[in-house]
Design a protein around this ligand. Structure first.
Ligand code: PLP
Length: 369
């Protein structure tokens, strides 16, 4: 397949909805008017048709293979984005439990998840990186007193600040819940460590509109009968993700992305190696810039997905973004809440795009230092 640098497409560093693999877009384009054997677009067929059920089944099987999801876990395709998961997690897992929910706040998304959980029940913040601007992670997440804890919530990659857990956090006996929105499918994870993993698709796994939830089957018993149907994991599990009309096109795209990961990349270990090499290119530029580029994250906690940094002034930040755009390197402005620069280098951003950005950064520094 061709590299993602055809003249009409720029290198896209958007944090989300983010770049999709070119072969995936090409296949979707080829099949858009009529799915082979169906005579209609995937956008036009019933979610209960055999053709769509096959697509749903294929997407689920591929995710299970890629992530080595063990038996005893259910994979769900929901809507409402990760924001709805901020509420569904406490509504399902906290209601009726004796203990409280523990939140580890490592950045903006964890803070938002925690705010929503407070609306549903008793919540305790067990670590908060606010004092240092969320530039680091807790080194030791294994506290005492795991009795009477409904679950502990972590964010594997904080998309806005650019800090990422290097490996799966320690779970001990507690139910670990992970917002994996922005590093899902970027590397292998040990699913067994988690009670529940959720990820909106639009960073690494597909288009906006579909959200993937992987939940330990035992936890489905916690969903109270009094919950509104759509908000109950148990309802969705019993209906096999067809409780209502799901995001059919999104699920189809997740299947294509998973196929690309399996067939063209060679799985998540290979993807992880590529992602490490990509991130190193940019962090090397930061580290050899004599402080011209100031990384936000402390080195031990740097994200492989979102590289966040600043230049010596906000005027230079602006000039950087504009000049980069002129060279076909787009969507590099940091999140509106923190400013600076953010290069999101998810799975679908090719090595050649990251190399172009690294080269641009070196040149820009020479011209402006
Ligand atoms: C993007 C993102 C979200 C929000 O996802 P929505 O689909 O917009 O609700 C939540 N958590 C993390 C870590 C994210 O990167």
């Amino acid at each position: 397949m061709s590299e993602d640098n055809s003249p009409s497409r720029q290198f896209n560093f958007c944090a989300g909805p983010a770049a999709l693999p070119l072969p995936v877009l090409e296949q979707a384009q080829r099949d858009l008017l009529a799915l082979p054997g169906t005579g209609a677009s995937v956008l036009e067929i019933s979610h209960r048709s055999p053709a769509f059920k096959a697509i749903l089944h294929d997407a689920e099987c591929r995710l299970r293979r890629l992530l080595a999801v063990p038996d005893g876990y259910t994979v769900l395709f929901l809507q409402g984005g990760s924001r709805l998961q901020f509420s569904m997690v406490p509504m399902n897992l906290l209601g009726g439990q004796e203990g409280d929910a523990q939140y580890v706040l490592t950045g903006s998304w964890g803070v938002k998840a925690c705010e929503q959980a407070r609306l549903a029940g008793a919540v305790r913040v067990v670590w908060d990186g606010a004092a240092t601007g969320y530039d680091r992670l807790p080194d030791d997440l294994s506290w005492d007193g795991s009795d009477g804890i409904a679950y502990r919530h972590v964010t594997s990659n904080e998309t806005i600040q650019g800090v990422q857990f290097r490996s799966d956090p320690e779970a001990k006996d507690l139910v670990l819940v992970c917002d994996a929105s922005s590093d899902f499918l970027s590397r292998p994870i040990d699913v067994e460590r988690y009670g529940l993993i959720y990820a909106c698709a639009q960073k690494n796994a597909g288009p906006a509109g579909v959200t993937i939830v992987i939940i330990r089957d035992q936890l489905l018993e916690r969903s109270a009968d009094s919950l509104p149907g759509y908000l109950s994991y148990r309802e969705h599990a019993q209906a096999g993700s067809l409780y209502n009309t799901p995001c059919t096109f999104g699920i189809y795209m997740v299947g294509l992305v998973a196929q690309w990961l399996e067939d063209e990349i060679g799985g998540l270990v290979a993807m992880d190696h590529l992602n490490q090499a990509k991130a190193k290119m940019l962090y090397d530029v930061l580290d050899s810039s004599d402080g011209f580029y100031q990384g936000h994250a402390q080195p031990d906690y740097r994200s492989l997905m979102n590289v966040t940094f600043r230049l010596p002034s906000s005027e230079l930040d602006d000039r950087f973004v504009e000049s980069a755009e002129a060279e076909g390197l787009c969507a590099l402005r940091g999140h509106r809440s923190v400013g600076g620069i953010r290069a999101s280098i998810y799975n679908a951003v090719p090595e050649s795009g990251v190399a172009s950005l690294a080269g641009f950064m070196r040149d820009f520094r020479t011209r402006n230092a």
